[in-house]
Design a protein around this ligand. Sequence first.
Ligand SMILES: CC(C)(COP(=O)(O)OP(=O)(O)OC[C@H]1O[C@@H](n2cnc3c(N)ncnc32)[C@H](O)[C@@H]1OP(=O)(O)O)[C@@H](O)C(=O)NCCC(=O)NCCS
Length: 163
Amino acid sequence: MVRPLRGDDREAVKKILEENDLFTPAEIACALEQVDIYINQPEQQDYRLMVVENEEGQVAGFISYGPTPLTEGTYDLYWIAVSPRDQRKGFGRTLIRWLEDKVRQAGGRIILIETSSQPKYEATRNFYKKMGYSEVARVVDFYRPGDDRLIYAKYFDREKKGQ
Ligand SMILES: CC(C)(COP(=O)(O)OP(=O)(O)OC[C@H]1O[C@@H](n2cnc3c(N)ncnc32)[C@H](O)[C@@H]1OP(=O)(O)O)[C@@H](O)C(=O)NCCC(=O)NCCS
């Protein structure tokens, strides 16, 4: 079940970020900052966070996204993560499909995802490609020398025209 994140999900989300052994402390802090904005500033529209529950009703994963400022119909997927114990069970797919439905319903055109070229992100890149996202841009050495910023995208207006 996909539902909006609640204040009492914060610890579960923090645990998911820490257990994945992929994110730096600065990245975890950045993701939790979005969680806190979403929980404490209900009027803001920039960051939207959803969680998916497993069969036991525990938080298996979360997604954060928002409309990209100064664009018409472009959305950023900021964070997606699934607890290691619940990976490869379809929860990541459920979250990303939920977001795509949401964006289509809102008349959105594009979902953008940024990730890193580091080898440890290979599974993540495979996941995005499997979900139908293509690499549309690469900023060489963006994060640090040897670590490129990759931008993946899915276009929904093209999808409608069958392209
Ligand atoms: C990327 C991530 C969100 C995927 O979530 P998930 O619930 O494990 O993914 P799903 O079970 O829905 O997988 C859907 C498909 O993606 C592909 N995929 C997912 N994980 C993969 C992996 N480790 N290696 C290769 N392909 C993978 C598979 O094709 C999979 O379908 P299949 O299991 O039927 O073969 C999860 O692995 C994760 O949290 N990773 C660490 C955090 C992260 O990288 N977040 C993104 C950066 S912000």
